[in-house]
Design a protein around this ligand. Structure first.
Ligand code: PEP
Length: 252
């Protein structure tokens, strides 16, 4: 089953107007300069969505946010709704990143509620799952991922409106990655869990990204695995050369 790869950058809580727009412009220029057979996505902080959108105009790079509330409008101080994201030009939204699950206590049921609201607004969700180091040491990786797929992903999710990102928490920002064999094994198990929940036809088409210390030098090994359909990239997405080199290394 051919699935177009997605190379996604999660800027997290980084960049101000000046360096954020410079970064977005640099990525857009580099992506335009080459023919890449993949989709690109940049997810800056909320404050930069409008400015980055302008920098991406005319490029094939989509804009995404890093979180969303489930309500349309109302008394939710500090939150941003799905409609606000589409209004400013977002196509995607990351939901359930481990930093939100940890820092803000976001549960699987909240992640699912947000995903349902985001889909209703026409957004594509990137739903993040992954085990802690302790869960990995206890050989619970697949069990944790199956549980998160079962509880975080809406029952009517489709391959068009949902992307899964497998991000082992112990690999995020640490420079450590699972072996390629482990990544493939977990991705295959995630696809089986998706098939059980959504049917094989949907699961076969749904993109499953790997995230956690993806760099230009490990991209080829990780992103050419049969069930890996792209990458969610944190640290390396803050350097235009590295971000684009990941796509170039993986897709040549
Ligand atoms: C992330 O937080 O989504 C991530 C994958 O970060 P990094 O690439 O820095 O490990």
């Amino acid at each position: 089953m051919a699935r177009k790869k997605l190379i996604a950058g999660n800027w997290k809580m980084n960049c101000l107007l000046e360096n954020g727009t410079a970064l977005a412009k640099a990525v857009a220029e580099k992506v335009k300069a080459q023919k890449y057979n993949c989709d690109f996505l940049i997810c800056p902080p909320f404050t930069l969505l409008g400015a980055v959108k302008k920098c991406l105009r005319g490029s094939k790079i989509a804009l995404g946010a890093q979180d969303v509330h489930f309500a349309e409008f109302g008394a939710h101080t500090g939150d941003i709704s799905p409609l606000m994201l589409t209004d400013i030009g977002c196509k995607y939204v990351i939901i359930g990143h481990s930093e939100r699950r940890t820092d803000h206590g976001e549960s699987n049921s909240l992640v699912k509620k947000k995903a349902i609201a985001a889909h209703q607004a026409g957004l594509i969700t990137v739903i993040c799952i992954g085990e802690t180091g302790a869960e990995r040491d206890a050989s619970k990786t697949i069990e944790v991922c199956q549980n998160e797929i079962s509880r975080s992903v809406p029952e009517n999710a489709t391959a068009q409106n949902t992307v899964i990102a497998y991000e082992p928490i112990w690999a995020i920002g640490t420079g450590k990655t699972p072996t390629a064999q482990d990544v493939q094994e977990v991705h295959a198990a995630i696809r089986s869990a998706l098939a059980k929940k959504l049917g094989k036809a949907v699961a076969d088409r749904m993109r499953i990204l790997y995230g956690g210390s993806v760099k230009p030098n490990n991209a080829a090994e990780l992103l050419t695995l049969p069930d890996v359909d792209g990458a969610l990239i944190g640290g390396a997405s803050l350097k235009a050369d590295d971000f684009v080199a990941i796509a170039a290394n993986a897709l040549k």
